[in-house]
Design a protein around this ligand. Structure first.
Ligand SMILES: NC(=O)c1ccc[n+]([C@@H]2O[C@H](COP(=O)([O-])OP(=O)(O)OC[C@H]3O[C@@H](n4cnc5c(N)ncnc54)[C@H](O)[C@@H]3O)[C@@H](O)[C@H]2O)c1
Length: 240
């Protein structure tokens, strides 16, 4: 039986690239996403989609019960689902704040709780990779504060779980990318987008496959000795 990797937000720009990387690396990949039609369209050998609302803890628990029934365990989890709601402080509606935290942080939190239970007894070093954002660390770019805070919370979860599960051989890391060309670019105006891309040192946005390669590296045996790290991917933009 192939090792099993769960990827959240599998139908999005970054999610598809991560799914593709892990399939190439020989994993059986289970994609969780709310977009049922896109998951269906991704059907291929080695990939299963489970329609899941990652803003809903009960839906997450149902998905992992299904994973347990189908595969009896999980070897890797990639918490990739996320979005960036763009209202500005101090006029961010309470409901938008709750949704931002629910998808970017709480969803990942609940997936970690469910997946870690299913990692028990699996061989080797099991992996969790949380997709954070440069927005938690770079305060020059456009990101609004609830987005930044949701990713900072995610990175603190990374460090807690890395410490908590080190001797049980569960390695937990974050990858924090900057501008990466996905449908998420649509949340900002053309002008804001052009300015942010022009600030990238290579003069271009990064591609989802470039981020997915790092996810694949962390999940590969080479990543066994890394835990508790937040890996910034931004072409060197913020080095001071
Ligand atoms: N694109 C970038 O420049 C960039 C930069 C830094 C960090 N990130 C992070 O990368 C991750 C992936 O983003 P992306 O750029 O691929 O965005 P995307 O919008 O292309 O994909 C997001 C995916 O999440 C899914 N989703 C949304 N709400 C959901 C819900 N309630 N339940 C289940 N699934 C849901 C969507 O259906 C979609 O498939 C996010 O966490 C994002 O914050 C992206």
């Amino acid at each position: 039986m192939d090792k099993v990797a769960v990827v959240t937000g599998a139908a999005g720009g970054m999610g598809r690239a991560i799914v593709s990387q892990l399939l190439t690396d020989g994993y059986h990949v289970v994609g969780l996403d709310v977009d049922a039609a896109s998951l269906k369209g991704m059907a291929t050998d080695g990939f299963d989609g489970i329609v899941t609302d990652l803003m809903d803890a009960a839906s997450i628990n149902d998905a992992f019960s299904e994973i347990q029934a189908r595969y009896q365990g999980v070897d890797a989890l990639v918490n990739n689902a996320g979005t960036c709601f763009m209202s500005e402080f101090p006029d961010i509606p309470a409901a938008e704040f709750e949704k931002q935290m629910a998808l970017n942080f709480s969803g990942a939190f609940h997936c970690c709780q469910a997946a870690i239970k299913l990692m028990k007894g699996r061989d080797g070093v099991r992996k969790i990779v949380n997709i954070s954002s440069n927005g938690a660390y770079n305060f020059d770019a456009f990101d609004p504060p609830h987005y930044r805070a949701s990713k900072a919370a995610l990175d603190t979860l990374t460090k807690d779980l890395a410490r908590r599960y080190a001797t049980e051989k569960i390695a937990v890391n974050s990858i924090a990318p900057a501008m990466t060309e996905t449908p998420l670019f649509d949340v900002v105006s053309k002008e804001v987008l052009a300015k942010a891309i022009s600030q990238m040192p290579h003069g271009r946005a990064m591609q989802p496959a470039e981020i997915a390669a790092w996810v694949g590296f962390l999940i590969s045996p080479a990543g066994d000795v890394s835990s508790g790290n937040v890996i910034i991917l931004n072409q060197g933009r913020d080095v001071r």
